[in-house]
Design a protein around this ligand. Structure first.
Ligand SMILES: [Zn+2]
Length: 330
């Protein structure tokens, strides 16, 4: 891209710098390409080829004799310093076109030579800074393509240099992935997503309500038909005890293999109603006293020895009364 278009900024709409900086030492204009004229769309991390503090790095790149700079420096302990404001184009990557579109970052190593590793603190600070740069400048995501077509670029793509060193360069795909994941996490919901989220929320709420209603119905139903009583004891409702006693004593009600009678409220009601309707007969209802009375009446010849449960007709009743009068008049 060879656009010469000057980035026009509205009044007050100035490029910002990262709030993550804890140190500032600005480089003279002679160390930079001058005012930035392109939109910030790229990030170019470099390595310092040395183990340095943020103060030392900022000091090196703000020295007029250096003739080079970076927008930010990250010291070995992970602190971040500002050397060239984002509104200016730092001279870092031996390529004006790249630097004009990129924020450049010098990262301290934690070893001299070898793989030129960087500390975890410096690496994590680089990730944080990249996420911040993307957010403030509207960079949707970082793409590492291995060449200058991506927007995560490296010094070695433009000049014969090992920069950013074996270790940091090997991390470029991971840097892009981590930064993109963070951007995705922090992305505020769009109006559509918010609406979908609200719809989902109300759907979940109505499912919860429905579930509560179903639970209540189930509990009501269980109260009516669920097995509540297994044995004849004090828990059994008083109104049902005589009927259940009677059925159990006469082995009509026997319970299951475990001896549980499996009684529900509705079942108790049904049995009691049937009992009151006489469905189970009343032979076993006769108390010992009543049984003795019947026996005596039979012996006395007042009543015949028929079924004591049978309904008595008027004629039979008259016969019985006559027999009593006869007995009394003798
Ligand atoms: Zn470099």
């Amino acid at each position: 891209m060879t656009s010469k278009k000057v980035l026009r900024r509205k009044k007050g709409d100035t490029m910002s710098n990262s709030p993550l900086i804890t140190y500032t030492q600005l480089a003279p204009a002679s160390n930079t390409w001058g005012k930035r004229t392109a939109k910030i769309t790229k990030i170019t991390p470099h390595h310092a080829a040395g183990v340095l503090s943020v103060e030392s790095l900022c000091n090196i790149f703000s020295n007029p004799s250096r003739g080079a700079s970076a927008n930010y420096c990250i010291g070995n302990d992970g602190r971040i310093g500002l050397v060239v404001e984002e509104s200016n184009t730092a001279g870092t990557s031996s390529n004006y076109e790249n630097d004009n579109q990129a924020i450049t970052i010098e990262v301290s190593n934690c070893e001299n030579g070898g793989q030129w590793r960087v500390s975890d603190a410096a690496y994590n600070a680089l990730i944080d800074l990249c996420v911040d740069i993307c957010k403030r400048n509207g960079i949707a995501q970082l793409n590492f393509t291995g060449d200058a077509n991506g927007n995560l670029t490296a010094h070695r793509m433009f000049a014969s240099t090992d920069c950013p060193g074996y270790y940091l360069y090997s991390k470029f795909p991971q840097i892009a992935q981590t930064v993109n994941e963070r951007l995705q996490e922090d992305k505020p919901m769009t109006a559509e997503e918010k609406q979908a989220f609200n719809t989902l929320q109300s759907q979940v709420q109505s499912l919860i309500n429905e579930n509560t209603e179903l639970k209540k119905k189930y509990n009501d139903l269980f109260e009516q038909v669920g097995v509540k009583w297994a044995y004849i004891d004090a828990n059994l409702p008083q109104w049902a005890t005589p009927t259940i006693d009677k059925l159990y004593n006469n082995e009509i009600l026997q319970g299951n293999d475990q001896g549980s009678l499996e009684l529900s409220y509705q079942f108790l009601r049904t049995l009691v109603i049937l009992d009151r309707a006489g469905c189970f007969g009343n032979t076993w209802d006769i108390s010992e006293t009543a049984e003795n009375g019947m026996k005596k009446a039979n012996e006395m010849g007042i009543m015949d020895n028929e079924d004591p449960q049978r309904v008595v007709s008027r004629a039979q009743m008259a016969a019985v009364a006559t027999r009593i009068v006869d007995k009394l008049s003798k």
